[in-house]
Write a protein that binds this ligand. Structure first.
Ligand SMILES: C[S@@+](CC[C@H](N)C(=O)[O-])C[C@H]1O[C@@H](n2cnc3c(N)ncnc32)[C@H](O)[C@@H]1O
Length: 464
């Protein structure tokens, strides 16, 4: 079965699936005359639910789906829309331009990395805008039972189709459930399988709060009922707050303020003082078959990893950056080297729900600022693909630097420096395997003229 045939079947299966139309009508009427983005618009199941008083941007990763949608859309009188193929975590719309974002019927569960998708949606929403998410509840009766969902069969000259959605028991992490959607056709044992990641409501709520969304309403089922623990689907109606939650800890707030202040001079500082650091990190980056398709950069700052990959002609990858300082992130965005960036306090860990996403995770010049790097390393181990690598640096303890004196306090920020054993413990406890560990000069302090030594480390996720 090719993609086109599959999409035709998918489209037919969903023709009668209109239970959620009243919610969609309510929402589009509420934002009458506004701009609405439907992310994961698919083959246009919702077309007949949309009000014609709005303008729509339909986005989907599948060009073939949008071809079907466009044809159907032309027959809906008065519907003003454009449709584009798009990755959910890199949306080509300007900041604060959209009134309502719709992600309906499990769309978010397919749009990985999910956290960056949410961050992009937040960026394009107007301050008074609304994000509506609808997805399966992994704790619902419907979804935890066996063989949970069968669509009405389809018969054509070519196919008799039976479909089923069921939970995949191979959980990748305690809170992550995977769902499998299969279409089986007559005669041939042929199936198309989708894997979706679903997490429980309380975990979503944790993520929304930290990202800076507040919850206007939680509903469940297929329509506008209140969300119950065992509702089959859950819908979150999210308002955009202005600031993401920064951990109520001294270092988070201080790092946010200090790096915001330093953002315009940071690259010049690196150019003058941090050449040895750059040489050593580039050496570590070089080793892995020359290419990392998908990279996550923790504490990305002004995007040095992007700069260095470009110098190595390796910019043809998906590169995701996370940082607490919106001004450092702004500099990164301006360089245009990152696929997507998000503001997030990594003292909360990184609860991206989809595991096994990245070929490489970098954390350069950053772990010193984190209170509990051990927790962050469990997330790193979960997020890496099998065989994937983490490359990180940490400042060595004062006995290796400053001739045993305390390191000069940096604007009140507490620095967590490491001994060799502490670095090894960090790696080993997370289940990763250390491959390289060297103590190397990273930079010369312009204030004390001391040469500052860092641990430069590479570790790998291996099959155990
Ligand atoms: C010394 S800079 C390193 C930047 C970049 N990795 C480099 O090598 O140039 C440290 C970065 O960590 C970020 N950072 C500090 N604490 C953080 C936290 N809790 N969550 C996310 N980012 C944080 C800072 O905002 C800053 O951009």
């Amino acid at each position: 079965m090719n993609t086109k045939e599959f999409l035709k079947i998918w489209d037919q299966l969903h023709l009668d699936f209109t239970d959620d139309f009243p919610i969609i009508r309510e929402l589009t009427e509420r934002f009458r005359n506004g701009l609405i983005v439907d992310l994961g618009a698919g083959t246009g199941r919702l077309l007949n639910a949309y009000s014609t008083h709005n303008s729509y941007v339909f986005l989907d990763h599948s060009e073939e789906s949008l071809d079907i949608l466009k044809e159907k859309g032309r027959n809906v009188q008065g519907l003003k829309f454009e449709a584009h193929t798009s990755k959910s975590y890199t949306i080509e719309l300007s900041d604060q331009t959209v009134d309502l974002c719709l992600v309906v019927y499990n769309g978010i569960a397919e749009m990985t990395p999910i956290l960056f998708t949410l961050s992009e949606l937040k960026r394009i929403l107007k301050p008074e805008g609304l994000l509506y998410l609808d997805m399966s509840n992994p704790e619902g009766i419907f979804t935890t039972s066996e063989g949970i969902f069968r669509f009405k069969n389809i018969r054509s000259e070519k196919y008799s189709v039976s479909t089923e959605t069921y939970p995949d028991n191979r959980k990748l992490s305690p809170n992550e459930s995977r769902f499998v959607f299969e279409i089986r056709t007559r005669g041939l044992i042929e199936s198309i399988t989708f894997y979706q990641t679903h997490i429980p409501a309380d975990q979503w709520i944790h993520i929304f709060n930290k990202l800076g969304f507040s919850i206007e309403k939680k509903t469940g089922g297929w329509s506008n009922e209140l969300l119950e623990k065992d509702s089959p689907h859950m819908h979150f109606w999210l308002k955009k707050n202005i600031q993401p939650e920064i951990m109520n800890k001294k270092n988070s707030q201080l790092c946010h303020d200090v790096f915001n202040q330093m953002s315009s001079t940071y690259d010049d500082f690196c150019l003058l003082h941090c050449e040895p650091m750059k040489i050593k990190v580039k050496e570590l980056l070089q080793n892995y078959k020359g290419y990392y398709p998908r990279i996550l950069d923790f504490g990305c700052g002004t995007g040095k990893i992007g700069d260095w990959l470009k110098e190595m002609n390796q910019e043809n990858c998906e590169l995701f950056g996370v940082d607490i300082s919106e001004r450092m992130i702004q500099s990164t965005r301006e360089k245009g080297l990152y696929t997507s960036t998000m503001q997030w306090d990594l003292n909360f860990g990184f609860p991206e729900p989809s595991s096994n996403q990245f070929d490489l995770i970098t954390a350069v010049g950053f772990l010193e600022f984190i209170y509990n790097s051990e927790n962050l390393f469990f997330d790193i181990a979960r997020l890496l693909k099998l065989g994937g690598e983490v490359i990180f640096t940490v400042e060595a303890k004062p006995e290796y630097n400053y001739k045993g004196r305390q390191s000069p306090a940096s604007k009140g920020i507490e620095m967590n420096c490491f001994s060799q054993q502490e670095v090894l413990d960090l790696v080993n406890k997370s289940g990763l395997q250390a491959e390289e560990l060297t103590l190397t000069a990273a930079y010369v302090s312009p204030t004390t003229q001391d040469t500052i030594y860092y641990w430069f480390v590479k570790a790998r996720k291996v099959f155990k």
